[in-house]
Design a protein around this ligand. Structure first.
Ligand SMILES: Cc1cc2nc3c(=O)[nH]c(=O)nc-3n(C[C@H](O)[C@H](O)[C@H](O)COP(=O)(O)OP(=O)(O)OC[C@H]3O[C@@H](n4cnc5c(N)ncnc54)[C@H](O)[C@@H]3O)c2cc1C
Length: 367
């Protein structure tokens, strides 16, 4: 009846993961991307432990020598610092192009048909139009990123919630000075640093100002500025929308969105890739059942935790007063920070999280 069971539009991490998951359920899968692998993009390049767990569920193991492990997260401002390790296993910093190459290899191994350098120009009912050809598909998956055309073509662009932030990333050839992923808080912006190799780090600037660049903001963070002084960026600065965006619906008929096309969480959470992988598994299960409404429900559930943690971090971004008090409270009671981190990677139940939030609120109020 159809040329392919599942057509995945977009071969970034989400598209490749969705293609792998669908292929593992026995579907014939075709994927198209306008770019050529390995595809690069602005990214903090941190895979949290829950991202690694979701990747393993898809059969994607990142070889131990690839990337750089980090054992937890450190928050710092100009005077205070607090760190905690992940409760179960480390995260991994990994250069985006290396991750992409690994995902392409995994997709090839399970038999995904991949069309690179092919732009999709439209969809009509079950037909996918490309520059020189078209294909019919039982299911169409839009994995075409934050500016998704599939979302527009399918009439799924009704916004539920949006918070605009922008991220700029670059790499520096310097040995990581810490085995934590660090978030440095300043007024109106943050830097986060992911160790990605024994001699390289990835630096990301996050702010609400699309014109603010790394070189402008760095002098506001003297400790970081001193470390990076004289070290030239090894890659050009790349920028992207990095805020939160939720859509009212992410499926229509035989069309589903996945990854950034289906919504984003603030990049400072470091959970975008995890969500893309988890959504891909949920989508494949729904495709197998022939019922996309299951995916719609599961997708909303998966977003809850990172959206909540993102909201907490954005509150710290908005209020310097609150941020100072919160960092003060967390550095006096580091076990609370450890609990927040455990919640962040899905290792704390709701009751424990509520107790932690209540204690933190009390500490902030009485500090
Ligand atoms: C500054 C920044 C820092 C981040 N840091 C982290 C982090 O540390 N950890 C983390 O987990 N997440 C992080 N994220 C989020 C993460 O990068 C994204 O969630 C992830 O890239 C989403 O992947 P995707 O496949 O959905 O989209 P994309 O990677 O954007 O892929 C979309 C693909 O679709 C293709 N495409 C689009 N339109 C068409 C078309 N018409 N025809 C053919 N192909 C098309 C594009 O070529 C592209 O390859 C960060 C994001 C930003 C912006």
């Amino acid at each position: 009846m159809f040329d392919t069971d599942v057509f995945v539009l977009g071969g970034g991490p989400a598209g490749l993961a969705a293609a792998i998951a669908a292929r593992q359920r026995g579907f014939h899968v075709t994927l198209a991307d306008a770019g050529q692998p390995p595809i690069d993009k602005a990214c903090g390049e941190g895979l949290m432990p829950d991202s690694l767990h979701a990747a393993a569920q898809l059969g994607i193991e990142i070889p131990s020598g690839v990337g750089f492990p980090f054992r937890g997260i450190r928050f710092a401002d100009s005077t205070q610092s607090v760190a905690a390790a992940f409760p179960l296993g480390a995260g991994r910093g990994i250069r985006r192009t290396v991750l992409h190459a690994l995902l392409v290899e995994a997709a090839a191994n399970v038999g995904v048909r991949m069309l690179w350098g092919v732009s999709v120009t439209g969809i009509e009912a079950h037909a996918v139009r490309m520059q020189r050809s078209s294909m019919s598909a039982r299911w169409i998956v839009g994995a075409d990123g934050g500016q998704s055309l599939v979302r527009r073509w399918a009439g799924l662009s009704e916004v539920r919630h949006q918070s605009r932030r922008f991220g700029f990333s670059s790499h520096y050839l310097i040995a990581p000075w810490s085995d934590y992923m660090e978030i440095h808080w300043g007024d109106g912006c943050q830097f986060y640093i992911t160790p990605i190799a024994p001699d390289e780090i990835c630096l990301v600037l996050m702010s609400r100002d699309p014109r603010l660049r790394i070189a402008d903001a760095l002098p506001r963070f003297p400790a970081l500025y001193d470390r990076l002084q004289g070290i030239r960026a090894s890659t050009p600065e790349r920028g992207a929308f990095a805020g939160t965006r939720r859509w009212k619906r992410i499926t229509r008929g035989h069309i589903a969105l996945v990854g950034d096309a289906s919504g984003t969480v603030d990049a400072i959470t470091g959970e975008g890739l995890c969500l893309a992988l988890q959504q891909s598994i949920a989508l494949a299960t729904a495709l197998k059942a022939g019922d996309l409404s299951r995916y719609e429900i599961e997708h909303a559930k998966l977003a809850r935790r990172p959206v909540l943690m993102g909201a907490f971090m954005l509150t710290l971004d908005r209020s310097a007063w609150l941020r100072r008090r919160a960092l003060g409270a967390l550095s006096t009671r580091p076990e609370l920070f450890a609990n927040l981190l455990a919640a962040h990677v899905g290792q704390l139940n709701l009751t424990q999280f509520a107790a932690t939030a209540a204690t933190l609120g009390w500490e902030i109020a009485t500090a």
